[in-house]
Design a binder for this molecule. Structure first.
Ligand code: UDX
Length: 436
C-alpha cells in the first residue's frame, strides 16, 4: 500500500519506518526542509536503538521517501497518517492546532477517497473535529480513523514490530478493511487488532498511559512508606508482582516518572475531565505525588549535609528521563538540578547520550564530564538520576578514591544492598534501608 506520514517526530518516524519494513511504500512529510534533506541522506534525527539500520534498509529498498510537499505525497497515497505534535497548552489540555491545520490542508487537496489516520495522542472527540475540518473543505469521501501508538522510547523498533495489540477506532467498514490490510502482517502472527469506535480508541491511549503512571506512583508511595516502617520495597515488589493480576512490570520505585508521554497524558486527561465537570481525583493525586517524588532525594542530600548545600559539589549520573534514550523532556534530573542549584550546590553531570539535549536547556549552568568517573572528582556526593546500564556495576574503589566524600543518593535503586554493604559508602536509595 502507498502511505503518507505527516510529521517526522518520534512517532511519525518510527511508524513510517515500520510501515516501510512491512512492505508498504511510505512518504514522510515534514515542513522542516533541513530535516527532510538530512533524512534523505539516511540520517536519523533521533536516537533509538535499531532504528538507523531499519531506516537505511528501507531507504535503499526505495520504500521510504521524504518530502516537504504534502500535495505530492498525498496524491500517491491511499492512507494518510497524522503524527503531529499535540503539546500541552498552558492549562494542560492538548494543543490540536498542528493536527487541525493539516486536516484543513488535506481537505483542500483531496481528489479521491482516502483514510486519514490519527496516530498522535489526541483527546476524545478529535476524530470528529478532524472530520469536520476536512468536510468543510471538500465533498470527496474520506474516513478518519483513530489508531493510537503505544511504543516506548528506547524500545520503539521492538514495540512497533511486535506490539501487544493494535487499536483501530472507526465505524466505517471501508476504513476498517483498509486498516485490517495494513496490519495483516501482525494479525497473521497472532497480534490482536481490536476494533472499536473512535472515541473509545482515543480514550484507550490516555487510560493506558495514565494507569501506568498511577501504578508507578502507587509503588513510589509504598516505597516511601517502607522507609518509615523499616520494610524493603524490593521484597514487597516481588511479593506483589507475583500475583499475575498485578504483574511484575512498572512496579519499580524511583524518582518519579517523566518523559514526553506520562506527564502530558495525565495532565490532558485531568483537563478533559474538567471540561465535562468530571474530577479525575486519582490522577490529580498521582500528579502531585509524582512532583514531590521527583526531588525526594534533594531533602535527603540536604539532611546529610546538615541543611546547607552552599558550595557542595554534586556529581550527577544520568540526565535522560530513563535509560536508552537521549530524551530529557520532564526528566527528573532537571528538577533535581534546578533545586540543587537554587540551594547553592554545584553540579557536574555525566550522560553520554543525553548531555547534548541538556546543554541546549541549561548551557553552562552546570558542568559536564566526559566519562562517569571523571564526574566524581572531588565530589561531595553522587546522585543517580537515570538507570543507564553502565552504572550498574561500578568500581566502588575507584569511586571512593575520586570522591571527597563517600555518599551515594540513588534515585533508581541501581544496586542490591549487599553490593554496597562493605564498600564503606553512605547509600540512600528509594524504599530501602539506608546504609551508613
Ligand atoms: C510510555 C508508555 O510506556 C508507552 O506505551 C507510550 O506510548 C508512551 O509513554 P515512554 O515515555 O517511552 O513510554 O517511557 P516508559 O518506559 O513507559 O517510562 C515512563 C517513565 O516511568 C520513565 O520516567 C521511567 O523511568 C518511569 N518508570 C517506569 C518508573 O519509574 N518505574 C517503572 O517501573 C517503570
Amino acid at each position: 500500500m502507498n502511505i503518507t506520514i505527516v510529521g517526522t517526530g518520534y512517532v511519525g518516524l518510527v511508524t513510517g519506518t515500520t510501515l516501510a519494513e512491512l512492505g508498504n511504500t511510505v512518504y514522510c512529510v515534514d515542513i522542516d526542509a533541513k530535516k527532510v534533506e538530512a533524512m534523505k541522506q539516511g540520517i536519523v534525527p533521533i536516537y533509538e536503538p535499531g532504528l538507523e539500520e531499519m531506516f537505511s534498509r528501507n531507504i535503499q529498498a526505495q520504500r521510504l521517501f521524504f518530502t516537504t510537499e504534502l500535495k505530492e505525497a498525498l496524491e500517491k497515497s491511499e492512507v494518510i497518517y497524522l503524527a503531529l505534535p499535540t503539546p500541552p497548552g498552558e492549562d494542560g489540555s492538548a494543543d490540536l492546532s498542528y493536527v487541525l491545520s493539516v486536516a484543513d490542508q488535506i481537505g483542500t487537496l483531496l481528489t479521491d477517497y482516502k483514510v486519514i489516520v490519527n496516530k498522535s495522542t489526541v483527546p476524545v472527540g478529535t476524530a470528529d473535529r478532524v472530520t469536520a475540518s476536512i468536510s468543510a473543505k471538500t465533498k470527496v469521501p474520506f474516513d478518519v480513523v483513530s489508531n493510537p501508538e503505544f511504543l516506548r522510547e528506547g524500545f520503539a523498533v521492538e514495540d512497533s514490530m511486535n506490539p501487544a495489540r493494535v487499536i483501530v477506532g472507526s465505524e466505517s467498514e471501508r476504513a476498517k478493511e483498509v486498516m485490517g490490510k495494513i496490519y495483516q502482517p501482525f494479525t497473521n502472527i497472532g497480534i490482536p487488532i481490536i476494533f472499536m469506535d473512535e472515541k473509545s480508541s482515543e480514550l484507550t491511549k490516555y487510560a493506558a498511559n495514565s494507569f501506568l503512571a498511577v501504578k508507578i506512583t502507587f509503588m513510589n508511595e509504598i516505597a516511601n512508606y517502607c522507609e518509615k516502617v523499616g520494610a524493603d520495597v524490593d521484597k514487597v515488589r516481588l511479593g506483589m508482582g507475583s500475583d499475575d493480576r498485578i504483574g511484575h512490570r512498572f512496579l519499580f520505585p524511583g524518582i518519579g516518572y517523566g518523559g514526553s508521554c506520562f506527564p502530558k497524558d495525565v495532565k490532558a486527561l485531568i483537563r478533559s475531565g474538567k471540561q465535562e465537570n468530571f474530577d479525575f481525583q486519582i490522577l490529580e493525586a498521582t500528579e502531585s505525588v509524582n512532583q514531590t517524588q521527583k526531588v525526594i532525594l534533594v531533602s535527603e542530600i540536604e539532611k546529610y549535609f546538615g541543611g546547607n548545600l552552599q558550595g557542595k559539589k554534586i556529581a550527577l549520573w544520568g540526565l535522560a528521563f530513563k535509560a536508552n534514550t537521549d530524551d530529557v523532556r520532564e526528566a527528573s534530573s532537571l528538577d533535581n538540578i534546578k533545586l540543587l542549584l537554587e540551594k547553592g550546590a554545584e553540579i557536574i553531570a555525566y550522560d553520554a547520550i543525553a548531555e547534548g539535549n541538556v546543554k541546549k536547556i541549561l548551557g553552562d549552568k552546570i558542568s559536564y564530564a566526559s566519562e562517569m568517573y571523571a564526574a566524581l572528582e572531588d565530589a561531595d556526593c553522587l546522585l543517580i538520576a537515570t538507570e543507564w546500564s553502565e552504572f550498574k556495576n561500578p568500581n566502588f574503589e575507584l569511586m571512593a578514591k575520586k570522591m571527597k566524600n563517600k555518599a551515594i543518593f540513588d534515585g533508581r535503586n541501581m544496586f542490591p544492598l549487599e553490593q554496597i554493604e562493605d564498600s564503606g559508602f553512605f547509600y540512600k536509595s528509594i524504599g530501602r534501608k539506608t546504609l551508613r
